[in-house]
Design a protein around this ligand. Sequence first.
Ligand SMILES: [Zn+2]
Length: 307
Amino acid sequence: MKRILHLTIIALALFSCTKSADCGRHGIINEQEGWFIVKDITPSQSQGNIWMISEHGNATCYLVTGSKYAMLIDTGIGVGDLAGLVRGLTDLPLIVVNTHGHPDHVGANYQFTEVWFPEKDLDLLNEMNPLNNPDLEAYVESYLRDFEYDRQAAKENIERIKAYKPYKLKLFNEGKSWDLGGKVISTIELGGHTPGGTLFVDESDKILFTGDALNGYLWMWLDTCLSLEEFERNLTAVVPKISHLERMYGGHESRAEGVEIRQAETMLNDLRSALAGEVEPVVTPKPMNGEGTVNVYYFPTWLLWAK
Ligand SMILES: [Zn+2]
């Protein structure tokens, strides 16, 4: 039976992390009510579990368990107590990985003692790591918006977090894999959105975790994105390696069913149409209040934000 449980975790972290090596490395917001949305997206016949964890609709992480280890794919924006949440879901030793170096996917790295990271995105991580933001309070505020929270407690937590010892960063390149026990997670590089963007393959569940390398609102307009031509070449090489899988889950996904894997091929074909000049982009003001414009291609099933 397919289990799709939609759980809102209430204050879980406050009571659940007594056994964790990550204890004491809490998030900025320890009150969990309404902050994280957790969905059990475990396919039928799966060994272990898979949870989709959305951090307040901003970014989505995944927790995948085998018989011996659990893997956390991405760490969100880092405002909520993700480590505590994870410890409420599994007792297994944890492997933490990042799909790429953007701040909304590495935000809670500081809550863990060790994180695996794609080497080609290292410059990006150093440049954009939220903890390097001189105004961390403003960073947090920008995500909290109208969420009710204790501002004084958050301020104190920020000071505490700044005093943490840095977590250990372990670099990987394409081909790295991890055996979770009855379930191997392997990596495929897909440079485009970022140079080192990485896809995580869960072969036994026929699932692909894509971070932002493939998603429905693909941002290719940032200065650090590769060219559309490079991305097309990279995606051409990747599609045959993933087409036997069933579903893919991106770094901002909220649908429990994710997206059918054939969407990757659709994106490749649409991308080729754009490069061939067969589709006209819509010139649009730059997102995030930047100066200038970007070219947005409106394809039937996704949007491409290009330079
Ligand atoms: Zn990104």
